[in-house]
Design a protein around this ligand. Structure first.
Ligand code: BJW
Length: 232
């Protein structure tokens, strides 16, 4: 990696699969898929939340509780080590709402699809750290209204901090995608953006993603093995 200074790393559900967190899509190689039990349109859209808030809040309360019991795996640990040791610019753009990158020690992490441990008040628009249940409609610590929802990005909503992500991609010498199916935009388009801006592109995944042809190189296998091998 001698000529490389600026790195953007995109992570998806596959990086957390070996920690015991279900991936989203059936056939995506890991353990059971989350949406075998829930149709995406029933739980991950603003329309679903408007139609049946109890179902959606219960689904996210269950996942928040489960994720807090999980631990980072060797892929998170290797990325945290790279983050600590890399002198150039580095940004881990994660689509995951878990906090396993941070718990492994990574600092330069951007959650483009939000964070499980945050609640967003739809009344006053403020975010707060939230580890408990939302189903009981707790009051917002800022304004007191009972209008908290999970601070995650659903289909049809704008992912977070896109300007920062595109700025990092424009400067990147290397773009690495880890454990994502390439089924969800705009993240699925980052590899093309990175190529257009001159970055080398590498995919680390259990199986080929939908955008696999766009990568200069694809390495297939579990992230818990591939990521430490790549970092070392
Ligand atoms: C392993 C492994 C192991 C397993 N080791 N690997 C363009 C074209 C068509 C449609 C659209 C488009 N642009 C926008 C859309 C609409 C929509 C969209 O993409 N729809 C598609 C279904 C086509 N996108 C949106 O609505 C987004 N908003 C938006 O675009 O706003 C406008 C905009 C325009 C332009 C610029 C900017 C904005 C919002 C998308 C929000 C996604 N939200 C979710 C839920 C988050 C909350 C929650 O957690 O519940 O995010 S959906 C879900 O999918 C979640 C994930 O972050 C995301 C991606 O999933 P991921 O991570 O790839 O998981 P899987 O399960 O799909 O794949 C796992 C992979 O790991 C597999 O490849 C396995 O092989 C691998 N794996 N075990 C290594 N051990």
């Amino acid at each position: 990696m001698s000529t490389i200074r600026n790195i953007v790393i995109l992570t998806g559900a596959g990086v957390s699969a070996e920690s015991g967190i279900d991936t989203f899509r059936a056939g995506s190689g890991g353990g059971p898929s989350l949406w075998e039990q829930h149709r995406v349109e029933d739980v991950a859209t603003p329309e679903a939340f408007a139609r049946d808030p109890e179902l959606v809040l219960r689904f996210y309360d269950m996942r928040r509780e489960a994720i807090q019991a999980k631990q980072p795996n060797p892929a998170h640990v290797a990325l945290a080590r790279l983050d600590a040791e890399w002198n150039g610019e580095l940004l881990i753009v994660t689509q995951n709402v878990d906090d396993l990158h941070e718990r492994a020690g990574a600092r330069r992490v951007l959650h483009m699809h939000g964070e499980h441990l945050n609640a967003w008040c739809t009344w006053c628009d403020k975010r707060s750290r939230w580890t408990g249940a939302l189903i009981d409609r707790p009051a917002c610590p800022h304004c007191g209204e009972r209008a908290l929802r999970p601070d995650v990005v659903w289909f049809g909503e704008m992912p977070y901090r896109m300007d920062e992500i595109y700025a990092a991609i424009r400067k990147a010498d290397l773009f690495v995608s880890i454990g994502t199916s390439g089924a969800v935009y705009p993240a699925a388009g980052f590899v093309r953006d990175a190529r257009r801006c001159g970055a080398a592109t590498l995919e680390l995944n259990l199986e080929r993603s939908q955008g696999s042809n766009w990568f200069d190189e694809t390495r297939l296998g579990p992230a818990g093995r591939l990521v430490p091998e790549w970092v070392d």
